[in-house]
Design a protein around this ligand. Structure first.
Ligand SMILES: NC(=O)c1ccc[n+]([C@@H]2O[C@H](COP(=O)([O-])OP(=O)(O)OC[C@H]3O[C@@H](n4cnc5c(N)ncnc54)[C@H](O)[C@@H]3O)[C@@H](O)[C@H]2O)c1
Length: 279
């Protein structure tokens, strides 16, 4: 291993959901910025062009705008994903790191969810990763055949895939999709292990990202949202929610040479939450 295992100079990272729903730091935005700060050229994808522009502006402020390019992409649309992967290769020449970050939860159990919402949850949280891998893996395997270096894929899961509810509500579609993402990551890792490609999943707990206030304030109103945010902090053994940088740091580690012997597994980033649960 090199003396600077987190140095990503010369690497190219494709990050999905590289914007954020509100002001501040979502997991994909923080991961994109952190990878660029460590030397990677980052190609950001998101549905929301203004959010991508915000991420790019951070890197421009830091004087590393040359490490950033972006494109609007609906990660649930295979043709759009194929075109975005081709655009990344056209711009930066290769793909060494893929971060499958797109996702989001909707509440509901099998009775309260309609079929459309169920399918949308599976599409958003699982099919997006499948589509990205479908088009990125051939790029990585070609790199391995040519130069002996494949790549690293990092999925962003959720403890919602390990527990029946998070924050007091059931999200059956999200839980199924995020559990599926772990299985998808493990099986893909073994399928490509001899081609120099590692696949792992970061499993965040309750994180304080802009999504929390953006969605909760809309769903609950400001007073109830403030109480719920306090309850979310209190629900974690460490006494506080994590944030997007906790997720980004884990993604950086798994993407880097420091994790060179780590594949087909998960890194739980939850302040002790899953271990502290009964059962
Ligand atoms: N925030 C949390 O508490 C938390 C906890 C556990 C896991 N996660 C996971 O972390 C990931 C990111 O969460 P976040 O809180 O940073 O969310 P976020 O909503 O701030 O960021 C997600 C980004 O994905 C984009 N996006 C949504 N649908 C898309 C699509 N079809 N194609 C392309 N882009 C799309 C959005 O525009 C947004 O910019 C998700 O997978 C989420 O499930 C979040």
């Amino acid at each position: 291993m090199s003396a600077a295992p987190f140095d990503l100079s010369g690497r190219v990272a494709l990050v999905t959901g590289a914007g954020s729903v509100g002001d501040g730091w979502g997991n994909g935005k923080a991961t994109a910025v952190l990878l660029a700060r460590h030397g990677a050229a980052v190609f950001g994808l998101d549905l929301n062009e203004a959010a991508l522009a915000d991420t790019g502006a951070v890197l421009a402020d830091e004087g590393i705008a040359d490490r950033w390019a972006a494109r609007r992409c609906d990660m649930t649309d295979g043709a759009d994903v194929a075109a975005a992967v081709a655009a990344c290769v056209a711009r930066f020449g290769r793909i060494d790191i893929l971060v499958n970050n797109v996702g989001g939860s909707a509440p509901g159990d099998p009775v309260t969810m309609d079929e459309t919402l169920w399918q949308a949850q599976i599409d958003l949280n699982l099919t997006t990763a499948f589509l990205a891998c479908k088009y990125v893996l051939p790029v990585m395997t070609a790199q391995f055949d040519a130069a002996g270096r494949g790549g690293a894929i990092v999925n962003i899961g959720s403890i919602g895939g390990m527990t029946y509810q998070v924050g007091g509500r059931v999200s059956a579609g999200y839980a199924a999709a995020k559990a599926g993402l772990v299985a998808f990551g493990r099986s893909t890792a073994i399928a490509f292990v001899r081609q120099g490609i590692r696949v792992n999943t970061v499993v965040p707990g309750v994180m304080y990202t802009p999504l929390v206030e953006h969605r909760l304030v809309r769903q609950l109103g400001a007073d109830d949202a403030a109480r719920l945010i306090a309850d979310r902090h209190a629900s974690v053994p460490m006494g506080r929610m994590g944030d997007a940088w906790d997720v980004a740091n884990a993604a950086l580690f798994l993407a880097s040479d420091a994790a060179g012997y780590i594949t087909a597994t998960e890194l739980v980033v939850d302040g002790g939450m899953t271990a502290a649960r009964p059962g």
